[in-house]
Design a protein around this ligand. Sequence first.
Ligand code: SAH
Length: 252
Amino acid sequence: MVRPKKHLGQHFLKDANIARKITACLDATFTTVCEIGPGTGILTQSLLERENLSELTLIEIDTESVEYLNNHFSDARLRVLEADFLKSNLQGLFPDGTALIGNFPYNISSQIFFKVLENRNRIPEVVGMIQKEVAERIAAPPGSKTYGILSVLLQSWYDIEYCFTVNETVFFPPPKVKSAVIRLRRNETVTLDCDEKLFFKVVKAAFGQRRKTLRNALKVLLGHIDFDHPLLGRRAEQLSVTDFVTLTRLFG
Ligand code: SAH
């Protein structure tokens, strides 16, 4: 038994049926898969049952869990790495890209998604269990209160699906929040029609002061804006991805 460590966000899934339901969300055609935070391997077990799987990399930060995994799984397709996912070099580990899956450590789920964005051309699909509120935020359409930075950035390059809600009772120890499984599939967008570095900055600054009009919210980033455009009178949460591209083009 691995005793759950709170600071590592360890909430082990107890229910093998839910584990199968999660891994079934990942497109069956992927041959290379990476699991973030396998813990004691309940998702790993289910992933190894996939017919098409040729390589499964586990990235787990907890020494005790890694030891447990090495003792309980022996499969030529498996590569177990003791590492911090956030510090892992995905380009080096997956020269041909990889699908990602995991019951994510909730305290770093946003950082995981920012890393996905950095590696978007190497990651065709992500299936993740995360805090329900975060899943809702990521999937939120423009105009809704929960629409934010990660919604815009992820929706720029991924189609997002809220798959299902998971109760706290299926974990040990049970988390204080409800969970949800979400799927991100890389869309057709190769490049946005604007300066992409500036796009990131504009989206972040716009939501940094989400109650202000964009003319005021963007002052921090761009200084006084001395021209008129209809988008400048609106607020960040009212803009679609395409609107943000248009907005970015006004400045770069
Ligand atoms: N997949 C398992 C465990 C989920 S709990 C299950 O469903 O039962 C989250 C797991 O992520 C824990 O095992 C924790 O040790 C691991 N973890 C936490 N931070 C991590 C990081 N930065 N990189 C890799 N793994 C991490």
